[in-house]
Design a protein around this ligand. Sequence first.
Ligand code: NAP
Length: 244
Amino acid sequence: MNKVALITGASRGIGKQIAITLAKNGFDISLNCRKENDEVIKIKEEIESYNVSCLIVEGDVSNFEDSERITKETIEKFGKIDVLVNNAGITKDMLLLRMKEEDFKKVIDVNLCGTFNMSKNVSSYMMKARCGRIINLASVVGISGNAGQANYAASKAGIIGFTKSLAKELASRNILVNAVAPGFIRTDMTDVLKDETKEKILDQIPLRREGTAEDVANVVKFLASSDSSYVTGQVINIDGGMLM
Ligand code: NAP
């Protein structure tokens, strides 16, 4: 029987690559997206080409009822969830003086509350199974802070505290909870940055290149595998040495 991974926000970017990488490694995939479209159907087809099953589950992780339903539909299809990857995330960058209350709340709602909603629903199944992995997408800016990203950095710092607390709560049930903290990864999220900003960030990266979604997915693969069975409550930076 294949292991089952539920990945949120897997319609593109890092989430899509995590889904494909885990599928290549024999996981059945529950692929969450906000809205199914042709691109998502292509991802499902690619996943199925690796001889595993794929379920597409629409839903907004910032909505608790949606999170309940995403979890339930996954359990109905596969009977279990071995790995939850809380990947869905957004940015609404702005200096504090100009940041609207709704822009602060929206980013916290999707990134941090979405991680809470999914973890709460999925962990109740994992607790009964007495095993599981929860892998949260934090960010280096949740550790270092970043001007113009007070909302995003706060959400990612929150995810780090949440990860460590959950790791302590769930360890006795053999559920391991870790986070990855990517640095500057090339996706739609970073494509919107000005060239000048990108150059400045690259100057701070000892490896002198932007990261790829594969760079992140490979570390998630490790955290989802039996190779990391003695690792919990950790935050692994994937940033080319940017933050050390
Ligand atoms: P991305 O290309 O913008 O993709 C974000 C994904 O999240 C999309 O699939 C999007 O779905 C989904 N999503 C957004 N809001 C959602 C919601 N409410 N419910 C369900 N899904 C939702 O971003 P990315 O670069 O791949 O980032 C993935 C994760 O890595 C995020 O948590 C991000 O904060 C983190 N991260 C990224 C970087 C980076 O440099 N790229 C660095 C550090 C951390 P739609 O297609 O429907 O919009």
